[in-house]
Ligand binder design. Sequence first.
Ligand SMILES: CC(C)(COP(=O)(O)OP(=O)(O)OC[C@H]1O[C@@H](n2cnc3c(N)ncnc32)[C@H](O)[C@@H]1OP(=O)(O)O)[C@@H](O)C(=O)NCCC(=O)NCCS
Length: 175
Amino acid sequence: VSVRAPPTLTDGVLQLDAFTSADVDAHLAGEDGEHARRFGWWPASSTTDTVGHAFGRWERDWAIDGPTRAFAARIGGDLVGGCELRQRSKGQYVLAYWVHPPHRRKGYATRIAALATTYAMQELGASSVELQIEPDNVGSLRVAEKNGYQAVGETIEHTDAGTRRLMLVYRRTRP
Ligand SMILES: CC(C)(COP(=O)(O)OP(=O)(O)OC[C@H]1O[C@@H](n2cnc3c(N)ncnc32)[C@H](O)[C@@H]1OP(=O)(O)O)[C@@H](O)C(=O)NCCC(=O)NCCS
């Protein structure tokens, strides 16, 4: 088991690095109803406590080589979103990403997915990365297509809000 420190990844425009406690307020402020719906906890919303818990888990997982690899996404130092790679089984990861409302439709999710997918395949040894996307999440479907992900099927998600919903599964396989 290798212990990994969070790296800094960049494409020259957007930077991915570790969340820190200084990001809690901006992360919380960046969650709107759309975000809460897509991640399955709406009508609940995140709180300082739940964000603190998530940040603690992400930090611990980096330190102990746990199942998640979370990244803060920054443009010129400002937090604009983030992503989480979650290991499902050996060589298989699921990627989720989000962009704060004022920063959407600028190509940032496309950049986040590109950096995170390359990182998973080159540094974590992922043979495949999957996305689970609601059929009406047009923006996320475009992010998948633009990053070379292909539709491979469907899955039922059990949400934090206690509902079940159909998700489309997209996969990119390491060449
Ligand atoms: C989905 C989400 C991540 C997209 O982020 P983004 O930074 O706006 O995406 P991009 O700017 O990279 O857009 C990628 C493409 O989708 C299009 N797009 C983005 N949002 C769209 C929308 N709401 N409706 C239609 N098209 C949209 C963009 O125009 C772009 O297409 P183009 O390159 O053909 O012009 C963002 O809306 C979000 O955080 N939503 C809430 C959380 C979420 O849904 N996460 C994904 C879970 S699977």
